[in-house]
Design a protein around this ligand. Sequence first.
Ligand code: SF4
Length: 432
Amino acid sequence: MKVHLQMVGCRLNQSEIDQMKRQFQSQGHEVVEDPAQADEIIVNTCAVTHEAVRSSRNLVRRLHRASSRANSAAAITATGCYAQLAPDALAALPGVRAVIDNQRKDQLVPLITGEPLAPFDAEPLERDQPAWMGRTRAFVKVQDGCDNACTFCVTTVARGPGRSRPAAEILAEVQALGALGYQEIVLTGVHLGSYGHDLGAADGLSDLVRALLAEIAIPRIRLSSLEPWDLSPEFFDLWQDSRLCPHLHLPLQSGCDATLRRMARRTTQAQFRALVEAAQARIPNVAITTDVIVGFPGETDAEFATSAAFIEALDLAKLHVFRYSVRPGTPAARMRGQVSEEVKRARSAQLIACSDAGEQRWAGRFVGATLPVLWEQVAGATTDGFVNVGYTPQYMRVMALHPRPLTNLITPARLDAYDPQKRHIQALPVID
Ligand code: SF4
């Protein structure tokens, strides 16, 4: 069977699609890049904003049109958060043969192939393509669902209660990914910081990271988004192992305590500032990034000004700025004081400008320094060499011209200059 897979949304959706690809391949099926060649098409949808819903629907239509170019259109199976929240609307789209909700998503491959899932086996993948081909960084899902109730969030509705994968299963998968040549793994989940809580392990994530560092030789381990209230200052002692990437993404969502209360976020200005300071004190050169929602219901000009001033004072490496999106079924959708799109746009522009300035200040600190870079792809070639693109452990994007492709190598690189337009640092790989 030839299978084409695509997703919309977060790193968790990406890790699930990557895992499905590996499962199909380990059963001997072929993953194809062209939907017109596919017998089966899998779409992992998103519903975090109405824009994400629109992208998910458009992707399904586009894939149906593309596969219809072949003599017989492939059957589309849709899964993910939009499939969970609006299965009938999705099933009504052209080419959709099946809609599989988030609770059954882990069984999607056997549901389609009729073959039971075998424990993760790298051999079929190694046989199909050279070890490093296209595999520099792997997203590994360790947890799903969430037990919090942030009032704007549809993810907790779509993904259900928090549930953790057994640590032994994760270790086995990461071991196999290392054998396949991956240089970096990214642990991901809906509420990563709550890993193990449902298994009775209060410090489950610390235990898991410690076990990975102790038992797996992979050069880099990165953690994806972490809710601030899950972390203690001692958690940051794990970074004494330099394989743990000094990059923390800590969603704040608002820098105003009154707004945070209406969001039902379990943090405050004081708690978040203390956490940032604890991380900066214990992890050298740590990059701290965050998510911020502007225009949350009831967010007055004064509340926004408080939020923006607090965030600016934290001087973070980067902000991901979102305009509040009404999500049906969430408490915030029923709140008074909905903010106009015009005001949201203005507030978003202000915080994006703040983020750009912060990113430039942050990158500027490393100009002249030499850092290890994991080269991830070749973006082009000139008469002077290959344009290599990679990331530092702080997740700074780096570009370098070099006589040969450096994909999937980790090399020192001297960081020369930050380009604010292209948002990358020009560098010189230091290779003997
Ligand atoms: S912590 Fe809050 S924002 Fe994050 S998934 Fe859970 S409910 Fe949603």
